[in-house]
Design a protein around this ligand. Sequence first.
Ligand SMILES: Cc1ncc(COP(=O)(O)O)c(C=O)c1O
Length: 290
Amino acid sequence: MSKYITVINGRFLDEKDASISVLDHGFLFGDSIYEVVRTVKGKLFGADRHLQRLHASAEGLGLRLPLMDSQFLDLMREMHQRKPDSESYLRVIVTRGVGELDLHPASCNAPTVIGIAKPLPQWPAEAYAKGCKVIVADLRRNPKNATNPAIKSGNYLNNVLAIVEARAQNAVEAIMLNVQGNVSECTTSNVFLVRNGELHTPDLGEGLLSGITRGYVLELARRLNIKCAERAITREELLGADEVFITSTTRDIMPVALIGDARVKHSPGPVTMRLMEGMKQVLADAANLS
Ligand SMILES: Cc1ncc(COP(=O)(O)O)c(C=O)c1O
């Protein structure tokens, strides 16, 4: 049985038959956008927020979304229903579509909508109990006046190179600095630090994706009366933090124990643990909503 559920322009296909044209600009130029939604007890989690971000990404590239939101939701639900035994990782990609072998998208008449689902990856329990290792990559995040990291595009080469750097050092993630030398985000997650009981995370102006999980964490912090600042953060501040954690749809909140060779003071620390508990509750509540 195939590992993946695959669908192209509404047609569910066997993984081995799920191919797109070599002239699709998504393939040729990374001219595409995407979202990854997870299920909780078989229900889509935060799908409205993901769709809002998909619209923002489409606008950022001047790409017309060929489906209505209700159709995207139906598509994701069906992807999960085809393999409902475990929680799903649901990726929806919209590419510029098939066109001429030319950078300009004018020849692309119809966007391609691709869905790929797999079981939600399970991170080792130890990563949550003791924290994971990350590095600060040498490679910088592309600046927001280039391909803006706020757009969740399929153009991930910068992040590919950074994760290669991380894995070569046995780290699960790479924290990337922006061209000013401040912390931006990781290759597929956002980053937070705690200092003197207060939460800090780079503000969106630093050039990063407005992570859906980041948004949930900021809301949680407010509810739990944990002071939180979105602002510019230097590498030195990060390395001197009391607690550090990363967030993403597939990881939720994962504490960081090591940044390169430097040990973070507490992993997981008390604030991180409160937020991890809070996030568990947010997920449980979402699962209980009918
Ligand atoms: C570059 C980048 N930053 C942050 C995130 C985390 O975002 P979310 O919490 O929406 O999964 C992702 C997710 O894939 C990402 O690709």
